[in-house]
Design a protein around this ligand. Structure first.
Ligand code: MRU
Length: 356
């Protein structure tokens, strides 16, 4: 099934022998250039600096960092594997996929470290990392199909206008994408009229990265400023809103790129379905509800500048939060590789559908 997938979008990352290559997303769409990572810290830096981003991709890259650790460490004097996992864990606090991959990595480490050389550990972790990438792409394809089926039924098989925020595509994952996987699947069925893309200030993941993907796949799209979304809904130009998620709490609240909450509030007001798409890995069964999700705060410099130039008065400061939380009461459906949970999402429903 996966082998039949044709994508024109370049891979967000890949392994070549003992090197891990990361597409430098800060250069998109002007340049398609990869960063060669030989050391775990190369990957840590790429995550912190936003060269690579997107919840599932951050998790997958962490598995590659775990593998590279064994190329530069001798068992006698090397820094601790636990220090590396701790450092990776602290790079981006909101997305939970990272934590889940790191927990898996620690289990693999503890199972094998006693009786394996560093060469063997590298091989074990590289294989694990390749599997993390493979399974992510596979489940994206499955949820893309499930989500497209759900939406096309809801829209009675007519061509639709989708609005999306940030980038939840092939470049936020290991291929195909979550929210954009659904868009890709809808497009392959001839059901996309237009994709409205929020530009997503300040990193412009929408106008740079989502638009890049849509253009590569020849999917009709139009970029809008974030503040245009409500008016476009009012004008009845949006049939459905489809976004990804960085973390889902036990009660179905989701954390996603800042701006998702205001889209959901506006969607409710205008009677437009708001749908979030994510792998089950994005569920955090240790977090009761959205109020407990740690929201990443970034430097206000990123907000006060545009294209490398300061755009605000010298004395001004800003408040730059990377994510917000959409309460489950504003979400019409959650789509995963295991199935779709419709309205009135509750912890019981989540447990039943996704963990049953
Ligand atoms: O700050 P980013 O670019 O890492 O934020 C990405 C998002 O918010 C995505 O919507 C989310 O990670 C889901 S990606 C499949």
């Amino acid at each position: 099934m996966l082998s039949e997938l044709k994508e024109n979008t370049p891979s967000a990352s890949y392994w070549k022998d003992d090197r891990y290559f990361v597409l430098d997303q800060l250069l998109l769409p002007q340049e398609v250039k990869y960063i060669e990572c030989r050391k775990p810290l190369d990957i840590v830096k790429a995550i912190v600096d936003m060269n690579l981003r997107g919840a599932p991709l951050i998790g997958a890259a962490a598995s590659a960092a775990a593998a590279l650790f064994f190329l530069e460490t001798s068992k006698e004097n090397g820094s601790s594997f636990y220090e590396l996992t701790e450092m990776l864990f602290n790079t981006r606090p909101t997305a939970v996929n990272l934590k889940n991959v790191l927990s898996e990595s620690i289990l693999i480490f503890e199972k094998n470290i006693g009786n394996s050389s560093n060469e063997k550990m590298f091989e074990i972790f590289r294989n694990f990392s390749i599997e993390v990438h493979r399974r992510d792409k596979e489940r994206n394809y499955i949820m893309g199909e499930k989500g497209a089926h759900f939406i096309s039924d809801m829209m009675k098989n007519r061509k639709i206008n989708v609005l999306t925020h940030c980038n939840a595509g092939a470049l936020a994952t290991c291929g195909y994408g979550t929210a954009l996987g659904v868009v890709r699947s809808l497009h392959s069925k001839g059901l996309i009229n237009n994709v409205w893309i929020d530009e997503t200030r300040p990193y412009l993941q929408g106008s740079r990265i989502t638009a890049f993907e849509m253009e590569k796949e020849s999917i009709p799209h139009k970029i809008i400023t974030d503040s245009s979304a409500a008016w476009i809904m009012h004008k009845k130009l949006v049939d459905v809103i489809v976004v990804g998620a960085d973390r889902v709490a036990l009660n179905g609240d989701i954390a996603n790129k800042i701006g998702s909450y205001s889209l959901a509030v506006n969607a409710k007001y205008h009677g437009i379905p708001f749908i979030s798409v994510m792998p089950v890995e994005t569920f955090d069964m240790e977090t009761a509800d959205g109020s407990h999700i740690v929201i990443e705060e970034r430097s206000d410099k990123e907000l006060l500048m545009f294209n490398g130039k300061t755009t605000s008065p010298q004395g001004s400061t800003g408040y730059h939060i990377g994510f917000d939380v959409v309460p489950s009461s504003l979400i019409n459906a959650i789509v995963t590789e295991k199935g779709v949970a419709e309205s009135n999402i509750t912890a019981e429903k989540i447990r039943g559908i996704f963990y049953g």
